[in-house]
Design a protein around this ligand. Structure first.
Ligand SMILES: [Zn+2]
Length: 259
């Protein structure tokens, strides 16, 4: 394999530097628990009218405690009983919302009649202004696409949990259950491994030319990028970024060690 290492030192590319401050933002406008307003009765009633209550009934469940070795009923707690299975969930309207009930119907309950519709997904005609393609809308596809958006636009993982984004999704794609940032991170790591494997296979069948380039950011941090170029059977040139890392200095020996 023919290797050509082109070194360009001292080039400052400020635009390439990722703004760390921007990444650390996220939940700046999250309201503290202590600042939350107490819910009025009207608000509580409105919450109870959520569509999930068509699939749950409220039942009093006894609280059993052991007194002198005997089981004694010391009170009752209100729980939401699923109409399709034996599951019952906490439903205290002041401390628990309906998200757990919704999650049970859409992700867990085997008896929920709307389940087949969720599993099957929905087919849409999507257009980017020029071409129209058929898109199969499923929960999995939506998570993959959301992860790709976060990666391509260099957004923080917490973006998925921003209230305004969630509100937008609830209007635009009501069937998409917006996941937590943990799900996005897991999907991202899976995606990284599969793309890495894809790249390894692609590069193994070509002669590649490796190029490095180094920058110094405004914060005086040295960065290096390693790029592979190759020409395919139809004489078309391709470029793939293999690594982007921080280096101690721009010297040839330091770059050589990292390679
Ligand atoms: Zn159920």
């Amino acid at each position: 394999m023919k290797k050509l290492i082109a070194k360009q030192c001292g080039v400052v590319a400020e635009s390439q530097v990722v703004d760390q401050n921007d990444k650390s933002k996220g939940f700046g406008n999250k309201r503290k628990k202590s600042e939350r307003k107490p819910r009025s009765l009207a608000e509580a009633a409105a919450r109870e009218r959520s569509w999930v209550w068509e699939h749950f009934s409220k039942e009093d469940h006894p609280i059993i405690e052991k007194v002198d070795g005997n089981d004694v009923c010391v009170g009752h707690t209100r729980r939401a009983q699923c109409k399709y299975c034996t599951t019952h969930l906490t439903c205290n309207s002041s401390s628990n919302g309906t998200s757990a009930l919704k999650k049970h119907l859409e992700q867990v309950c085997k008896g929920y009649p709307g389940r087949t519709e969720i599993d099957k997904g929905q087919t849409h005609l999507a257009t980017d202004g020029k071409d129209a393609t058929v898109v199969h809308l499923t929960q999995e596809n939506c998570i993959t696409d959301a992860t790709e958006m976060i990666v391509m636009d260099e957004l923080p993982f917490s973006f998925i949990e921003r209230p305004d984004f969630r509100r937008f999704c609830s209007v635009a794609i009501p069937k998409f259950l917006v996941p937590s940032r943990k799900v996005i991170v897991k999907t991202f790591l899976r995606m990284y491994q599969s793309k890495k494997e894809e790249l390894r296979k692609e590069l193994s069948s070509h002669c590649v030319c490796l190029t490095t380039d180094t920058w110094t950011s405004v914060q005086n941090i040295n960065y290096m990028v390693l790029t592979a170029h190759f020409i395919d059977s139809s004489c078309k040139m391709h470029k793939r970024v293999l690594n982007f890392c921080v280096i101690s200095n721009h010297q040839g020996t330091t770059i050589g060690k990292i390679l």
